[in-house]
Design a protein around this ligand. Structure first.
Ligand SMILES: [Zn+2]
Length: 503
């Protein structure tokens, strides 16, 4: 079911009442959950299945028509918010005047307009103070740097007149421990930014994000005494350092200051203050989520559920996804949240399942997968579910319940899946709402099924297969200087090593 534009406006108007009205309006008429398609196409997550928004001369660019087909697909799946990250490469003064920044603005405005026509809202998220190609974090406790932060928020929000929601998040990458900055600084300064945005665009939705242990990196990220806010990859992990005292102090501060956020503010908070959002021990965030929910809409920002950020292949992580949705229902009055993707052109099934998981938390993930394949391949497609599940073999962030089979048996079964997919060529429903088109989707599945079969053959040429994978997924990085986050190369190594070690 699609939410109409009128219903959106209605819910926005309701949210403009005094903050305490949020809970009351819920009692009168339930507000639809925000089912957020979050496409992270930042420059360290580029691949063949994600739009390249930064390098006009390199592959994987999407035309406006591609974007419209993507929006059609996610609207069809049940999403009602399209979310993108204005990554630091763009959130800087240089990008404002650059051709890349201008084209990004033009194309995203076209996406916003089309998304509205399909009944979706659009949200832009920004790390409050992390700027530029090298992901430097400015310090809000330095007058000049704070002025620059405010300037950038002001300038970029003006660029997207149709934007419905602005999300403020602490970092990852980036955060500040310089000059006395703490989690409380992040909260206080977010309120000032939110007020600025609300003044520029009265009533705009604000999403304030608690991401991290909580408030990623603020006051706890390691920074050398002479740091000027540079991104130091080996120090990023310290931003996850958990301390009960820090969590209590900062969350109490947030509760105290919640009324100071603009009326139309929602808060993202996971079940737990860790990367997996697990509510374990002292990291249990559920009491805080409930306390916030008394006056504000709360959302989950559980990032790892759908596909994580590492190896790119067709994912099947839905048992955990639906289990988490039920945990959320039991924990606090959540009203939607994100479904992350960095591979919208490959993991369409994950997107479909993720959207459905917010609509029906008791849904049967495997039956839904059967429905998905039946729409594309006809009724015989239902039988693909057991084969497709075989792709999820690598234990990784967000993926713990993986397929474990003897190598020879796995090889045989993947080989059969290749044959089934080849046989399905004539059965493809070209009218299915999918981006890219269903036949292209089938070909991608054939590629990955054959690759996984070859990687588990008796004596694979691992180097040749590694190159094949790289060329298919990551070849764009052959033409780029090393990123501050060299993740694609590490992912490829780990991906192939998994099969080398498989007996
Ligand atoms: Zn600072």
């Amino acid at each position: 079911m699609q939410w109409t534009r009128r219903e959106f406006l209605g819910s926005a108007a309701a949210a403009c009442l005094a903050p305490s009205a949020w809970a009351q309006s819920e009692k009168r008429a339930p507000t639809p959950p925000r089912i957020i398609y979050y496409n992270n196409f930042a420059s360290h997550l580029l691949c063949a299945y994600n739009p390249n928004m930064y390098y006009p001369e390199l592959p994987y660019r999407w035309s406006d028509e591609d974007w419209r087909r993507l929006v059609d697909m996610i609207a069809h799946f049940g999403f009602n918010v399209f979310e993108f990250w204005l990554e630091p490469r763009l959130f800087c003064r240089e990008a404002l005047g650059s051709p890349v920044g201008k084209e990004f603005t033009r194309q995203l405005n076209a996406v916003i307009e089309y998304a509205h026509s399909r009944g979706l809202q659009v949200e832009m998220i920004v790390a409050i103070a992390t700027v530029g190609e090298k992901w430097r974090t400015l310090c809000p406790n330095l007058a000049d740097e704070w002025r620059e932060i405010r300037f950038l928020w002001d300038a970029w929000i003006r660029r997207f007149p149709g934007l419905d929601i602005a999300g403020i998040f602490p970092g990852d990458p980036g955060a500040c421990s310089r000059n006395g900055c703490t989690a409380e600084t992040y909260i206080d300064k977010s309120i000032e930014i939110a007020a600025l945005l609300d003044q520029l665009r009265p009533g705009i939705g604000i999403e304030f994000n608690t991401w991290g242990p909580p408030f990623f990196g603020w006051g706890n990220i390691r920074m050398s005494p002479d740091s000027r806010g540079e991104f130091v990859p080996e120090d990023q992990g310290t931003a996850w350092t958990f301390s009960r005292a820090r969590a209590d102090r900062s969350m109490n501060h947030l509760l105290k200051r919640l009324p100071d956020f603009p009326a139309n503010t929602a808060v993202s908070i996971n079940l737990g203050f860790n990367g997996d959002g697990n509510p374990q021990g002292e990291q249990d965030a559920r009491p805080w989520a409930n306390a916030i929910a008394k006056t504000r809409r709360i959302l989950t920002w559980d990032f790892s559920l759908t596909e994580g950020e590492n190896a790119v292949y067709p994912h099947y992580r839905f048992t955990r996804l639906f289990a988490r949705r039920k945990e959320e229902r039991a924990a606090a009055p959540y009203s939607g949240g994100i479904c992350f993707t960095m591979t919208p052109m490959l993991n369409q099934l994950s997107l479909f399942e993720a959207a459905q998981s917010f609509k029906d938390r008791d849904g049967d993930a495997h039956r839904l997968a059967g429905d998905f394949f039946a729409k594309i391949f006809g009724e015989t497609g239902r039988a693909f579910v057991d084969d497709y599940r075989l792709f999820e073999v690598i234990p990784d962030w967000g993926s713990y319940d993986v397929t474990r089979l003897p190598r020879a048996e796995y090889h045989k079964r993947m080989g059969r899946f290749v044959e089934r997919l080849e046989d399905a060529k004539g059965a493809v429903n070209s009218g299915a709402v999918l981006f890219p088109d269903p036949e292209k989707y089938r070909q991608e599945l054939v590629f990955f099924a054959r690759l996984f079969a070859d990687l588990t053959a008796p004596h694979p040429d691992y180097n040749a297969l590694k190159q094949l994978y790289w060329n298919r997924v990551y070849r764009i990085y052959d033409r780029l200087p090393d990123h501050v986050d060299p993740r694609p190369r590490g992912n490829t190594e780990r991906f192939v090593r998994h099969f080398m070690n498989w007996t």
